[in-house]
Structures are given as structure tokens and as C-alpha cells.
Design a protein. Sequence first.
Length: 197
Amino acid sequence: MKRNFIFALLATVIAAFTLTSCGKMPQAEIDAAKAAIENLKAIQADIYVAGEFTALQDSLNAALENVEIANSKLLKNFDAPKAQLEAVIANSATLAEKTVTAKDQVKMEAETALVAAQALLDENKKLVEKAPKGKEGKAAIDAIKAELAAMETALAETTSLLEAGNFMGAKDKVTAATSKLTSVNEELKAVTAKVRR
């Protein structure tokens, strides 16, 4: 009886060892998690929600390391890394939604800034016409007109970037243009005010 019990216990241990040592690599989850990260890159999550994208990519890398660690053991158990991979897949869906929202927000900000910058450009053009054109003033006016022409080009490029779907690039370009236009506007107003005095 005792001998049968030992054989039964031994058979159970061998069966458990065989089942756990042959734990199946979670290849489907690995492939799905990698594809999810690539899909996020395709919709520019790495640009619009960079911090969260980096964190998710780090989670994938940690999960893949844990798969390798589990695979190197005699008793292979992929439960923990499989759960990590499934979390990456689930979180990537949420991050995709956040990316779309962030892109829409940046697009709206860029479009609003573009309208304001265009109005500022138009105001600067009118101020240039009113600026004093004395001996020294002509060279300064010509320089300002050249700068305004460059800003007009920058705003046209901003429009092209928006149409191409590069909302972050458009926002950066219009922000830089607005800064220069504001500086020119202040300069022109100061010159005009001196002449009036």
C-alpha cells in the first residue's frame, strides 16, 4: 500500500514536471503585443502621447525579457509574462484612443494659432505702410518687409503641414512664426508711436 502510494506520488510529480516544463511559449501574445506597438507608431502615438507610448514600449520589453527568463528555466511557466503581454495589448487600445484625441487637440490648436498669426501678419503689413520712410527708415522697412514675406511663406507651409496631417509640425511652425510676427508688431507699433509724438 505504501509502495503504491509512493509510485502514485512519483507519477503525479513526473506528470506535473512534464506539463510545466513543456509550458507553451505565448507566441500569439508576443506577436499581438509587437503589432499593437507598431500600430501605435503608425498613428504617431510616439509623437502625440510620447510619455505613455514609451512606458508601454518599456512594458513590452520587460514582458519579452520575462519570456526569455521563463524559457531558460527547466520548469517553464509563462503565466506572468503572458499576463504582461495581454496588459500591453489592452493598454495599446486605450493609448490609440488617447492618440486620436491628442492629435485632434493639436490640430485644433494649430488651426486656431494659424488664424491668429494670419491676422497678425495682415496687421503688420498695414503698419509697415504707415511706418516712417526717412533715409534710415527705408532700409529698416525693407528688412521688415522681407521678414514678413518669410513669415507669409512659413504660414503657407503651416497650412501644407496641416493638410498633410503633420499637426505637431504645423503647431511648431506657426508658434515660431507667431513669435516673430509679435516681435515685428511690437517694433512697428513702437516706431509709429515715436513718429506720432
